[in-house]
Design a protein around this ligand. Structure first.
Ligand SMILES: Nc1ncnc2c1ncn2[C@@H]1O[C@H](COP(=O)(O)OP(=O)(O)OP(=O)(O)O)[C@@H](O)[C@H]1O
Length: 821
């Protein structure tokens, strides 16, 4: 059981790590803004230049929504180049011209970033929506301290460090401390939450309660496979916490939808005596929208039987442009449609027309100046206040009527949900979320269901470099595993000795090298085997099983995290063992050959392919097979009849190059890009649509290069992205460009420039880990084509070596030297 000292050490270490991460983000942003000129920032996807304001509207919370586009006067194409702006990001709108000159001046005078911001009259806000051609920034006048929004004609938008998420996570840790350590409370401290059984279990104060057995469970979705059914039952029977481990394409979302239906349906075949109120969260907007989309697709119940599920989406809906259903379910649209909204609407249009006048869009198109302008801003301020009050009532009604509320973990901490409580919180992609961000929704519920895959991308940690330096001390002297800071924490607590920070037991993904990852896979699966053993008949048979059981006996209690990459999912598994989770083991996406290597190395061969996908190939796609029937049979066989192709460029001297003049750039490889282009041409020539193909590469510079070569021919339908950006996407054919090829046989990111590279590529890990993630991110493939230099890549790590050996043995290997594609 966790002692007060353990709790103190755990929360203290979290605070410390979060503060480092916050600083790393601020540092990265400041470094980029001061070191890179506007052009370079645009190339890195951190700025969008020469934009014009096309509209100013009022959004939820009285925020001003500034819509920006690329005017034809300054650009040949209205589509944005590849960029890293996502809804929820903090952004600055500034004068395009002045930021150019300011940047030049900075180079000479070493002016700071904030000085540029001040001198160029910038406005800060949050990215509200992004489409291919338009970006909308929500500006909250109360944040800026000034109401006047005097936007320049030609703007630039810059991505900034975002502190709101950190503020919310810090607040969550403060709450956690107050709830769990009574002595930390000041006499006048207000505690918003109580120490529920759920919080006790998550902190290791008490073990999970016995499951409440459900004898007859009738599933809504009769197609669920046995592992999915077990996971649903397990989630419903668990009283405080349940984890669902879903490798790629195993129907994690499918399973979550069934759980939501079971929890929200008080029907004759459901386990509920009463309907439950659910909060569904995800680490990203994409995961939340994905669940919402599936919920909206559930056929309405027969008339009179039940009321249809009422679901409301909070926050910045990432896909609102693309999906009308998702748009209709957003709080904003629902609130606008409600009867009470009419009154608020009048106030809103009054604000909008005043803002138009202030922007010079009124009669005579002249911006008001001086006292007249000041007076108009006063009016806007008063109207905004009134609007917020009216709107507050509308929001309360809409949310009060919603059985399922969906939000990212971060936006579960927004003002609109402040007083709302739920029976269950479901967190999807929990293995990609920081533990602290998960606590934001957890406080609002009595039970949590976590879904994710610890073998896929962990949360992005910028401060990992510094931590690694420190923790290398831990690795070399495990007996005295405390870092200086940890020692400080332990010295402070005299009551009882807290647990030491987690050691690398081969179960942390952070710096485990690829071999360890594979061991981890085996380990986790061995643990699964142990569940079967403990639930069933016999004693552990294999050595690994016995070892795992022994490990389980001396299982750790609450330990301070070693890095922020340890997620709540990881921690619970470590604290309570495999009993805390259920594995989904049938995948519905990949050809069995594509699934083979990840299954063997990461899931101890437990991941099996469903018969519907086991042997599907590109040539079986209806459009392709119709087209292909007129083609030469050998070409068809060659291009469409092979699941894995490895195009080896060894010996061709297709060397990589650094993007940019100095050493700070990302990497690209022109020859590889040419090979990729030819493959795309070949696939499209064989009847595949560009929308059925994805190009993946670890480097942003290669993304930019490929986009410049292929977008003009195939348009935006052809997906091109970095590994991080493509996780969870489905494509029929995936081409992977590995980029690295050099005499020195180096594959890792440039170490001394790591921070810059992390910033520029948004890569989560070393390249040595990349192939594993590459294998994990592509899904639903009938064809996988890898283009790379085996002589360089195989020197990256034992795992890479193993992968290349597997490719050589199993893929259709072609040599660039002899094959002209
Ligand atoms: N029991 C099932 N029967 C038939 N098809 C299924 C079943 N479960 C899942 N699928 C299909 O498998 C595919 C993957 O399902 P889903 O998107 O739910 O998986 P996921 O694990 O959430 O995916 P990701 O890898 O993106 O996390 C979908 O096309 C889905 O329709």
């Amino acid at each position: 059981m966790a002692s007060e000292a353990d709790l103190k050490a755990f929360i203290g270490r979290h605070r410390e790590l979060l503060s480092k991460e916050r600083n790393a983000e601020i540092e990265r942003s400041a470094l980029l803004l001061t070191n890179c000129g506007p052009k370079l920032l645009e190339q890195k996807g951190l700025a969008l230049g020469s934009l014009g304001v096309v509209g100013i509207n009022i959004g939820l919370g009285g925020k001003t929504l500034v819509e920006l586009e690329r005017p034809t006067a300054f650009h040949t194409s209205q589509s944005f180049p590849p960029h890293n702006f996502r809804p929820g990001d903090l952004a600055r709108i500034e004068d395009n011209a002045s930021s150019n000159t300011a940047a030049k001046k900075t180079a000479k005078s070493k002016k700071t970033a904030s000085a540029i911001a001040e001198s160029s009259h910038a406005t800060e806000g949050v990215v509200y929506k992004v489409s291919d051609t338009r970006i909308v920034i929500a500006v909250d006048p109360s944040d800026s301290g000034s109401d006047d929004l005097d936007l320049p004609e030609r703007c630039r938008v810059l991505k900034m460090a975002n502190s709101v998420t950190y503020d919310r996570m810090d607040k969550a840790l403060d709450q956690l401390e107050k709830i769990s350590i009574p002595s930390s409370r000041q006499s006048n401290d207000k505690c918003d939450y109580e120490l529920t059984p759920l919080i006790r279990v998550l902190l290791g104060i008490s073990p999970p309660s016995e499951k409440i057995p459900i004898t007859e469970l009738k599933f809504f979705d009769e197609s669920l496979n046995p592992s999915q059914q077990k996971a649903v039952k397990f989630a419903l029977e668990s009283q405080e916490v349940a984890c669902i481990h879903g490798p790629p394409g195993t129907g994690k979302t499918h399973t979550l939808i069934e759980i939501i239906r079971q929890l929200t349906s008080p029907s004759e075949h459901s386990i509920n005596e009463k309907q439950k109120r659910i909060l569904v969260c995800g680490a990203s907007n994409l995961s939340v929208d994905n669940i919402l989309e599936r919920l909206l697709a559930i056929p309405p119940p027969e008339k009179g039987k039940r009321t249809p599920l009422s679901a409301t989406r909070i926050g910045h809906p990432a896909r609102v442009m693309a999906n009308q259903g998702v748009l209709e379910a957003t709080l904003e649209v629902k609130a606008n449609k409600s009867d009470q909204a009419a009154l608020a609407k009048d106030v809103k249009s009054e604000i909008e027309s005043t803002l138009d006048l202030l922007a010079g869009k009124g009669k005579g198109s002249k911006k008001p100046r001086g006292s007249e302008r000041k007076k108009m801003w006063e009016e806007v301020k008063a109207l905004r206040k009134e609007y917020r009050q009216r709107e507050g009532g509308v929001v309360k009604t809409v949310l009060g009527e919603s059985q399922v509320v969906l939000a990212t973990c971060h936006s579960a901490g927004s003002r609109q949900l402040r007083d709302h409580r739920f029976d269950v919180v479901i967190i999807d992609e929990a293995t990609q979320a920081l533990e602290a961000v998960c606590w934001i929704p957890i406080f609002k519920a009595r039970k949590v269901i976590l879904a994710g895959d610890p073998m896929q991308l962990p949360p992005t940690i910028l401060s990992i470099d510094k931590q690694k330096k420190k923790t290398s001390g831990i690795a070399t002297s495990k007996k005295s595993a405390n870092t200086a800071d940890d020692q400080k924490t332990s010295q402070e607590s005299t009551a009882s000795k807290p647990q030491l920070p987690e050691e690398d037991e081969g179960t942390s993904h952070s710096d485990a090298d690829s071999e360890v990852e594979s061991i981890k896979g085996d380990d986790i699966m061995a643990q699964d085997a142990t569940i079967e053993v403990s639930q069933g008949e016999s004693r552990p048979k294999t050595k690994t099983q016995r070892k795992t059981q022994k490990k389980a006996k001396k299982r750790a209690g609450l330990r301070p995290p070693r890095t922020l990459e340890t997620t709540l999912f990881d921690r619970l598994e470590r604290m309570y063992g495999p009993d805390i989770k259920r594995l989904l083991n049938i995948q519905y996406r990949m050809h069995s050959q594509i699934c083979q290597f990840p299954s063997q190395t990461l899931y101890a061969s437990k991941l099996v392919s469903h018969e519907s996908v086991r042997s599907h190939l590109l040539k079986d796609l209806p459009a392709v097979s119709a087209f292909a029937s007129s083609e030469d049979e050998d070409t068809i066989k060659e291009t469409l009849g092979t699941p894995v192709v490895f195009y080896d460029t060894a010996g061709c001297e297709y060397f990589e190059r650094l993007d940019g003049d100095n050493d700070e750039g990302s990497r690209c490889n022109e020859n590889e890009a040419a090979v990729v282009s030819k493959w795309v041409e070949r696939l499209v020539g064989a009847g595949l649509l560009p929308s059925q193909i994805a190009l993946i590469t670890p480097y942003q510079a290669q993304v930019t290069l490929l986009a410049s070569l292929l977008r003009p021919v195939y348009g935006l339908e052809l997906e091109i992205g970095t590994v991080d950006g493509m996780q969870g996407r489905e494509k029929d054919a995936v081409i992977i460009s590995l980029v690295r090829s050099n005499d020195k046989r180096e594959v890792g990111f440039l170490k001394e420039k790591r921070r810059m590279n992390v910033a520029m590529t948004r890569a989560r890990r070393h390249l040595v880990d990349m192939p594993m993630f590459i294998l994990m991110v592509f899904t639903n493939q009938d064809l996988q084509c890898i283009v790379g230099d085996s002589s360089t890549v195989k020197h990256g790590s034992p795992y890479l070596k193993r992968w290349l050996a597997w490719l050589e043995a199993n893929a259709d290997v072609r040599f660039a030297e002899f094959d002209s594609v």
